[in-house]
Ligand binder design. Sequence first.
Ligand SMILES: NC(=O)c1ccc[n+]([C@@H]2O[C@H](COP(=O)([O-])OP(=O)(O)OC[C@H]3O[C@@H](n4cnc5c(N)ncnc54)[C@H](O)[C@@H]3O)[C@@H](O)[C@H]2O)c1
Length: 265
Amino acid sequence: MSGKLLQDKVAVITGGTSAMGMGIAEVFLEKGAKVILGDLDQTKLDHTKDALNQAGDEINVAAIKLDLTSAESIREFLDKAEAAFGKLDILVNNAGVCIGNSMFDIPQETFDLTFNVNVKGLFEISRQFAKKNIAGNRPANIVNLASNAAKVCFEGMADYNASKAAVVNLTQSMAKELAKFNINVNAVCPGAVDTDMLRQCMLDAVKASNGTVTLEDCRKTWGPPQLGRLIQPHEVGRVVSFLASDEALIIRGQAISIDGGNTPY
Ligand SMILES: NC(=O)c1ccc[n+]([C@@H]2O[C@H](COP(=O)([O-])OP(=O)(O)OC[C@H]3O[C@@H](n4cnc5c(N)ncnc54)[C@H](O)[C@@H]3O)[C@@H](O)[C@H]2O)c1
């Protein structure tokens, strides 16, 4: 048997077409897993799947449409995902939305969308995933993408900050309820990772500065000072792959800061 960390594991990665989803998928494939990407846009899913499959000799990637705001879409997605490689061992809850706005300007619909995807969608797919594994008497692993926003709260992102704090809290609740079924649950809290979401936050900051700050300024200064650069998606993938593995069974219900040492807890 190969000594790869995730050999023969099958992992679902939501938000699989984002830079973060792809970075996590690349690390999972390197470590021996098969991956199923879930996301909103089938064309983007197909491109991402082809790009990832090209890197390997076998077909180890599937890509299936998923809308986390619909329990029915989640059900259909998980049924197809299970059929793709015969089982589901790992769920990486990576999908998320972040729409910056001051607390007075956040429309109710934006607040609802942020919670519907980041919190309710994450919870719904986690419990449907858990039910499948409990029914099959299979151990499993869930890793949630929270954020350092859960711990430090960024200005102009009240709905996002609160949604990520809810993810940290749900991680603890799920870890407690699912431990007896051998399902382990943890979260990571990244700092600034080089993705489309971060680029949009930077563009918002450039706009708010009335031209005193440039995109290049943000790229230079938003990474953790200890690193002096933005975090790369595959670096998040390495930590997620460890938490998703059998090596991390004594870590339970944790929300681990992965922001280069910025957040001291
Ligand atoms: N980029 C960062 O600096 C950073 C930092 C901390 C945490 N995070 C978290 O990491 C995760 C990934 O972030 P990212 O930067 O790649 O964001 P992104 O916006 O680039 O990608 C998010 C992905 O989620 C998908 N998605 C959105 N709504 C969905 C829905 N209803 N159903 C299914 N998929 C949906 C999008 O299509 C997209 O592919 C998010 O949960 C985010 O909050 C990001």
